[in-house]
Ligand binder design. Structure first.
Ligand SMILES: Nc1ncnc2c1ncn2[C@@H]1O[C@H](COP(=O)(O)OP(=O)(O)OP(=O)(O)O)[C@@H](O)[C@H]1O
Ligand SMILES: [Mg+2]
Length: 363
């Protein structure tokens, strides 16, 4: 097991711009850390830097107490599982799993025992003599896992390992990986561009954008306390609604804090009703553009004076209704500065229309 640290790490390919910029990342020993972000943000590059498949342009990479910048990939105690499994088609499952051990100079009998133990762990015992083309997607993924596990690494690295699987199998494999992590207690670093997957699997999430870390925190912290607009919009479905403060000022009250440029709210925090509520907060009269009923919840796309936004409601759908009222309680509003960074406030930053809120403390 090992803690991993990237210290001031930058990476540029050739003379191109940096794809990772001055990254300071600390991954705790034994954690299940998920790197998430849009395509091209540098997730795979970060993994490859940790695995030693890519050299850094600047900075230091530490695994445990060792500076590993000059340590070969095979000597870092890191095993990697990729999206495309990269299995050898001509070898059996047994051959594929054992392959990783051959370079480690382990006697044949012992190798056989290790392969069979691992096959048992990932439920592949009955498939050991089959070739990859005769296995399902999920089984192939388990072979790739077994091949990584058999080396007993200190760190597992997964690059979008489930994206080739259908939704049901993906769900099943997610659960299996979470259980595997619990059982092994080894550091897992997992890359996905799917924020739902990140939220459900990670005990720690690192959100990347354009080669920079936007936030690192536990899933619930990232959801409830996004550090900036990027994270606020990236985590959560549908995304947080963000409006320029100038547009809502007349609806909300006089804004006292001049650093505020945007106000945001989550679709699930907005209360949608036929009549206006007296709750203190942002009140909007809206037209219903579309309504999607999804069983336990209903998604509304609404149009108001301040533009379009989405609301998620767990109440019975408001059928045949064109005009609705939406209230977002004041304590559920998020504020951002000109650059999209979060502004944390202890007191409400506005005066209620027609009256002054004295010491209205935010929850
Ligand atoms: N070998 C390379 N040479 C030049 N540029 C590269 C190379 N590998 C990656 N890049 C660039 O580095 C940036 C980050 O790539 P990376 O593969 O890390 O993204 P990613 O977050 O894994 O994206 P995805 O979700 O699409 O897999 C991209 O702009 C990519 O074009
Ligand atoms: Mg990638």
């Amino acid at each position: 097991m090992a803690k991993i640290q990237l210290k001031n790490v930058s990476k540029a390919y050739g003379d191109h711009n940096k794809v990772i910029e001055n990254m300071n990342l600390e991954i705790q020993d034994g954690s299940f850390t998920v790197l998430v972000g849009p395509s091209g943000c540098g997730k795979s590059t970060t993994l490859r830097i940790i695995a030693g498949l890519e050299e850094v342009t600047d900075g230091e990479v530490w695994i445990g107490n060792q500076l590993v910048n000059d340590v070969a990939p095979g000597k870092r105690g890191v095993s990697m599982v990729f999206q495309n499994y990269a299995l050898y088609p001509t070898m059996t499952v047994r051959g594929n799993i054992e392959f990783g051990l051959e370079n480690m100079k382990i006697p044949k009998a012992e190798r056989k025992k290790m392969v069979e133990e691992i096959a048992e762990t990932v439920d592949l015992t009955d498939y050991l003599d089959k070739k990859p083309q005769n296995l399902s997607g999920g089984q192939r993924q388990r072979v790739a896992l077994a091949r990584a596990m058999v080396k007993k690494p200190n760190v597992f690295i997964f690059d979008e390992p489930l994206s080739n699987l259908d939704a049901k199998l993906r769900g099943q494999m997610r659960t299996e990986l979470i259980q595997l992590h619990k059982r092994l207690g080894t550091t897992f670093i997992y890359v996905t561009h799917d924020q739902m997957e990140a939220m459900s699997m990670g005990d720690e999430i690192v959100i990347l954008n354009k080669g920079q870390m936007m936030q690192q925190a536990a899933p619930m912290e990232v959801y409830h306390n996004p550090a900036n607009q990027f994270v606020a919009k990236f985590i959560g479905t549908p995304a947080m609604n963000v409006l320029p403060i100038a547009m809502v000022e007349g609806k909300l009250g006089k804004i006292i804090d001049k650093n505020i440029f945007y106000v945001g709210f989550r679709p699930e925090h907005a209360k949608i009703q036929m009549t206006d509520l007296s709750t203190f907060g942002l009140h909007l009269s809206c037209n219903v553009m579309t309504m999607e009923t999804l069983g336990s919840e209903t998604l509304y796309l609404l149009n108001s004076e301040v533009g379009q936004f989405q609301v998620k409601s767990y109440l019975p759908p408001l059928i045949d209704t064109e005009k609705v009222h939406v209230t977002i309680p004041a304590e559920k509003l998020y504020y951002f500065d000109e650059r999209g960074n979060r502004i944390y406030l202890k007191k409400l930053p506005f005066e209620r229309l027609g009256e002054v809120v004295k010491g209205g403390v935010l929850l």
